[in-house]
Design a protein around this ligand. Sequence first.
Ligand SMILES: Nc1ncnc2c1ncn2[C@@H]1O[C@H](COP(=O)(O)OP(=O)(O)OP(=O)(O)O)[C@@H](O)[C@H]1O
Length: 902
Amino acid sequence: MSRLLRQPAQLARLARLSNPQLLRRTLQPSILSRSIAPSPSAIRCTTPWRPYSTNNKSEPKDKAKKDDGNQSKPATEETKKDEDEWSLPLPEGWVYLSKPQMEAFVRHLSNGPPAYTEQMKMVLRLVEKSGVPKEAVDVIQKLRTNGKLSIIDKGRLMRYSVQIASRAAEIDAQTGGALGKMNTDKKPSTDFNQNEKPGEEPKKEEENKTSEGKEGSAQESKSDADSQQQAKRPGKAGQPGSPFGGGGGGGGWGDSLQSILLLLIIMFGYDFLFNRSVSKEITWQEARVNYLDKGLVTKMVVEDDSRVLLQLVPEAQAGQPQLAFSIGSIKSFERQLEQAQDALDIPPNERIPVSYEKGGSTLGNLFLAFGPTLLFVGIIIWTSRNMAGRGGGGGIMGFSKSKAKRFNAESSVGVKFADVAGLEEAKVEITEFVSFLKNPQKFEKLGAKIPRGAILAGPPGTGKTLLAKATAGESGVPFFSVSGSEFVEMFVGVGASRVRDLFAEGRKNAPCIIFIDEIDAIGRSRQEGKGGFGGNDEREATLNQILTEMDGFNTREQVVVLAGTNRADVLDKALMRPGRFDRHIYIDRPTLKGRKEIFAVYLKKIVTNEDTEHLIGRLATLTPGFAGADIANVVNEAALIAARANADEVKMMHFEQAIERVIGGLERKSLVLKPEEKKTVAYHEAGHAICGWFLEHADPLLKVSIIPRGQGALGYAQYLPQDAYLMNTNQLMDRMAMTMGGRVSEELHFPTVTTGASDDFKKVSQMARKMVMDWGMSEKVGPVHFEDNPNAVTKSHSEATSLQIDGEVERIVREAYQRCKDLLTEKKKEVGLVAEELLKKEMLVRDDMVRLLGKRQFGDNNEEFEKYFGGGQGANPIDTDNPDQPTPAPAFTKLPTEESRR
Ligand SMILES: Nc1ncnc2c1ncn2[C@@H]1O[C@H](COP(=O)(O)OP(=O)(O)OP(=O)(O)O)[C@@H](O)[C@H]1O
């Protein structure tokens, strides 16, 4: 419809093209009904229609009287009697227009676009036939007396037009399309000729009507043939295309409604845009001689500084349009008016009032009147579409819809417990939910209450979501997954209503599992944020709704709520209490055993000829601290590296490259260091390596490199820390000393030091501070725990204690430094040896170290390391240039770079 409105020519085409079809549709029933048996509807369709103003002598008077009695028209003088037998009674509050009113209406419409004159005639016939709402009479009366309408009145008239159009459609449907048929045959009693004097019947029309009256039923019998003729000449002048469908049992009344509406909108739109007022142009002289001099002018309105509208006494105005004349300038008009009034000797207090109006019904006014409303409606539609596009559920109402993704037991949730490696304890806990969903009677008959839900807490990527999915997969129930952040919207109340919707959906689909990931986005403690500038009301409202919903489940409702979070510590206590999230399942990063199991799951999908057991063990040993997601990533990365090298299978070196890439980041080949910088980096890394090699509690060294990697790392020494859960003071001191190795080596080998050790100092300081404040490892401060929250306004301890803590931290760091300095001073030669080798080879592996320094004195303190990497081997330094030496395992050899492979 909007497309049609933008292209009025199309509408004309549409109306014209639709005419033959409509005619055919209209005709068919009457032809059929006549060839078989005359039916009342067929007769009705062909009964000639007589407009109200035609005083048709041929109509039998008694019939007219009878009809009059049947009509429920108001008994005013202006009310017109309808004589057509198929006319429907006027609805309450509706009247027929009087002839002068009709003429005023016609004059108004005749200002529409010329291309639609024919269509306007049809609208007119329709108005004659259908009557108008009573209130419309007031507006039309204004049109009659003022010749123009205000924007508000035009808007009203538009509204009445819609009502008229729907009544027309009703009549058309109820009379089997008679209205449509009538419009193809008849002309309105009131013509559109503007220049015609009001009240005067056009002669031609009169003739037509007389002949109509004479021919009477002859026309009826001719109608089929005529109609068929018309069908062949669509849109010919005088035979307008009908916008009324309606034929064939009212099937086209929707078309009628649409067409009439479009026509009216076009007409009024045209009027708005192009006709400042419905008026007749005269000259100043005419205005003066015919009206001013005769004392008929009551007021003058200057429009847009260029045109003057005359307001006349009612007697003079009656029956004619608004009069207007153009002026060159206001000044000259005022002068002329004054002279005229002076000449007429009009006293100053009786002079004709002049008012000034700007704009009239210009485009600007139109925008001023409707712009804000249109803008508002536009914004609503845009926002609503946007929400729908984001999966908001469609339309503005979609805001409150939950965005949970539903996975079906048969389709998407293909995950089973077997796919979740490790996490044995968590699986045991959660299996209970599965048996509850599968077999609730088992629990109910013993009077047991089933837990409502479980919080799965732990570091990112450890398999919380996977476990929740597996629970749904095992129990074969629908699974609704939603992220906590999806409840957070800028509109107040949306979060709470989404929670309501989610739980309602869950209840509808019970038994089912609802999984809320990252629940900390909405489940944070309500105390948080209260201290500052007040809490977040929207978040609290959402949390309260979750609390309410979880309370709302009765024990028989088989809806289990699981939630995942990385921050169980910040969750609201009310959320964690029994009866809501009863179970708290902590899922930590996998241990060596867990990593082996996860590698086993993912390596199944990889093409490799390596010994699986050895591969898994070795990779698991190389990846301490890796979460399940990291392991999945390493395996995939290795396959990608192998594919890039066009390998047939994924080899150990591909896996090791992948691990190195995940830990250290991408090799930065573009970063070229100056020779002296490279030398500093080599001595710095050699210092770390020597500390790691000679300190008793250091972790086994894997490799040292001066190839820049990732973000800002110019070199690195990779150790293999054990899965340690406790550390003693000696271990910590050795680790700190090892971390200081880089800076101390720089001090010993160069006249000045560099900025390269800042990250080392940060680590050392953090460790020392924890030893003093958290772990009670300072004799002076004692076994006390101190809160170390840099954001806290008040400290948990006194200034004196702070000073004491600072003093102890400094002491520990200094001790570690001294330990390192003593060692590196003693091993200065070895540092130089390793550094020079590093400068030559860029990367040294464990075997290089053994070759250069001899077997490590203290062993590797790591069983797995010794098992998979042959730790302790190489008691005799390996000469890699000697072909008789055993080939080192891949982790100990330099990995081929991209260039060397090419
Ligand atoms: N125990 C595991 N067994 C198999 N795959 C795992 C395991 N843990 C994690 N993964 C892998 O890691 C991916 C991410 O895991 P998941 O989404 O469950 O982590 P999460 O703990 O929910 O993380 P987050 O806290 O960031 O939401 C999984 O799709 C899976 O491929």
